[in-house]
Design a protein around this ligand. Structure first.
Ligand code: GLY
Length: 325
């Protein structure tokens, strides 16, 4: 894999060594104890159960967390889901546009936004991470890249369910940019593999009947998804605008770094959003799910009704989440 940061770092060290007229010896990397243990995967909402199954096929064979979080959310992207993949609800002009991001245990990350007619945006996000010197591609450029990478261009048609929902929405065509409990969204997934490495993925069609061109938090590293392999991995669901304004997933990781449990850290970020939104907080939903380096998981939501799916060696279940309201 092309590792730009490594390349830049080694070039800088080599140049400094040349300037000083002496041979540069690479510093011995700090040996951290390898945290090995029990693989675990969590993902948002009910669709997370099937997605976790996809991820577990990788994790249970000692596969990498990165491969697991890609395989897991591809299950949801392939399903007829209202809010993820090409079967999802369109924007207000009738087009399905998809956003996705992925991040591994070495600060590598990739994202796509406003991507049309590609079945697996998460895999395109991974290719952006692995095959380009960039983090994010959007729109026509992202689609051109995907096609050049061999992803088929799918027909521009709505699924039967999406067509019905869109026709119903068109009757009033009322623009209501709100993600609440009924109009939920996104699959976000974070996992730890048997080697103790963390990775995460997030993929969505965004807000139903949104303005054309609108991006939410899901493709934005630090907002919809963040992984710090020394601390934990976090993903978000809900009203993307409010996750972006607090760098939601990054904030939750930093709260865990300060010593909070995954649930306490998610709660702190949700409370911050509630403070900022004041009385408008009751109209929206935002939730985070978090996994720390010990394999502990936790979550917190603004509104009741949010659940996440958990899978490890001992259990496979939905977890009900505490909420601010
Ligand atoms: N959380 C997904 C979005 O706002 O688009």
């Amino acid at each position: 894999m092309f590792n730009r940061r490594y390349f830049l770092r080694s070039s800088l060290f080599s140049s400094l060594g040349l300037l000083a007229g002496r041979k540069v010896v690479a510093a011995t990397p700090v040996q951290r104890p390898l945290v090995t243990g029990q693989p675990v995967v969590i993902s948002t909402w009910d669709a997370g159960l099937a997605a976790n199954k996809g991820a577990w096929e990788v994790l249970s064979r000692n596969g990498a967390a990165l491969d697991a979080v890609e395989a897991g959310v591809k299950v949801t992207e392939s399903s007829q889901n209202c809010c993820v993949g090409l079967g999802a609800n369109p924007d207000r002009d009738g087009y399905v546009t998809l956003d996705a991001s992925i991040m591994d245990h070495e600060w590598n990350c990739g994202a796509v936004g406003f991507l049309e007619r590609i079945k697996h945006p998460i895999s395109v996000a991974r290719r952006v991470m692995e095959k380009t010197p960039h983090v994010m591609l959007v729109g026509v450029g992202a689609q051109q890249f995907a096609v050049a990478e061999g992803f088929p261009l799918e027909p521009a048609v709505l699924s039967d369910d999406a067509k019905k929902s869109y026709e119903k929405w068109l009757k009033k065509a009322e623009y209501k940019p709100v993600i609440n409990i009924e109009n939920h969204d996104t699959i976000g997934m974070v996992a730890m593999d048997a080697a103790g490495n963390l990775s995460g993925s997030c993929t969505t069609s965004g807000m139903g009947f949104k303005m054309r061109g609108r991006l939410g938090d899901s493709p934005i590293i630090g907002a919809g998804l963040f992984v710090d392999n020394e601390v934990g991995a976090v993903t978000a669901t809900g009203q993307g605008e409010d996750v972006i304004r607090v760098c939601g997933s990054h904030s939750v990781v930093e709260y865990m770094r300060q010593g909070m449990s995954p649930e306490e850290a998610c709660k702190a970020a949700v409370e911050k959003i509630a403070r900022i939104k004041k009385e408008k907080a009751k109209d929206i939903q935002v939730a985070f799910i978090a996994l720390n380096k010990k394999g502990e998981t936790g979550s917190y939501a603004l509104q009741k009704g949010f659940t996440y799916a958990l899978r490890n060696n001992n259990e496979e279940r939905m977890v009900e989440v505490k909420s601010y309201f």
